[in-house]
Design a protein around this ligand. Structure first.
Ligand code: AMP
Ligand code: ZN
Length: 276
């Protein structure tokens, strides 16, 4: 990848941060690290741009896969002088992710990446607050966002995307670290090239649990769509978001049960985890 293209991604990240007021130089920025190319690249770029970053990785207990991710991220953060916190899922919830997913499948017929997403989000919010974060960064990229638009459309519920933005929910809420996505407009293919050009010593595989899900199916359909078309889908939807929000106001409140951020009285995490 040419020097210019590498700089292009960094410039796009800077532009998104500036236009959506994602981060301030005085912010404590906690970056959710999965160990994959997206979150590794975003923390590397933010550090390079001079932000005060701190890595946060949840050990999900996915066998060898998690073990390798933990080791590689520990080494990466040491090399790049980035503080890292690894949260142990078994200490948090008493079980690894496979057991939790198996119980929820049996008891509630909940499947796929949704369960994992709800659990990860809850732990990341909780730990971001513990670490004193002003912002919580994730590595979601343009492909993820284009998939969301399409998935919501195919579910017949475009409104599910009402909070879609590089600054999730579009608002800062007192007491919570706002979740932000600096790679919102950067295609996955570009991030892959960026990570490989920098020889990041990480795992480039997809999560071994993510198979047979609606998201994986959607990703498959989108293989034939070009990056510029994905950008049009995402930018086009972003133009609709303000009017969707005007008509469908949602607010973030403290979950009645756990005190973490929620859009209903009881958060999704508490709704599902009371079953484990
Ligand atoms: P995924 O849901 O796996 O597509 O991941 C989306 C984003 O969530 C990643 O780019 C990370 O920022 C964050 N993330 C995923 N898995 C983890 C994890 N095990 N620990 C911390 N953050 C994670
Ligand atoms: Zn809750």
């Amino acid at each position: 990848m040419s020097e210019e293209s590498l700089k292009g991604i960094e410039k796009q990240v800077e532009k998104t941060i500036r236009e959506y007021k994602l981060l301030r130089k005085s912010d404590k920025v906690v970056v959710a690290l999965s160990g994959g190319k997206d979150s590794t690249s975003v923390i590397y770029i933010l550090k390079k741009l001079g932000y005060d970053v701190h890595g946060l990785l949840i050990d999900l207990y996915l066998g060898e896969w998690s073990k390798i991710h933990n080791e590689k991220m520990t080494a990466f953060c040491e090399t790049n002088d980035i503080p890292l916190t690894i949260v142990d899922l078994k200490k948090e919830l008493g079980q690894g992710i496979c057991f939790i997913k198996a119980v929820l499948k049996k008891q509630k017929n909940l499947t796929g990446c949704t369960v994992c997403g709800i659990i990860k989000r809850w732990i990341l919010n909780k730990w971001a607050k513990k670490l004193g974060a002003d912002k919580l960064v994730t590595g979601h990229n343009l492909d993820d966002e284009a998939q969301n638009v399409l998935m919501n459309f195919l579910k017949g519920n475009v409104l599910l995307g009402v909070n879609s933005s590089p600054a999730t929910g579009g608002v800062e809420v007192e007491g919570f670290a706002q979740r932000v996505k600096p790679l919102f407009f950067v295609p996955e293919s570009e991030i892959m090239k960026y990570a490989k050009s920098h020889n990041f010593d990480i795992l480039y595989d997809k999560c071994p649990c993510a198979f047979g899900t609606y998201r994986v199916e959607t990703r498959g359909w989108m293989n034939d769509i070009s990056d510029s078309q994905k950008l049009k889908i995402v930018e086009g939807f972003q133009e609709l978001v303000p009017s969707l929000r005007k008509e469908n106001k949602t607010s973030v409140v403290k979950c009645k049960s756990c005190g973490e951020p929620s859009r209903s009285e009881v958060c999704n995490f508490c709704k599902i985890v009371s079953n484990i």
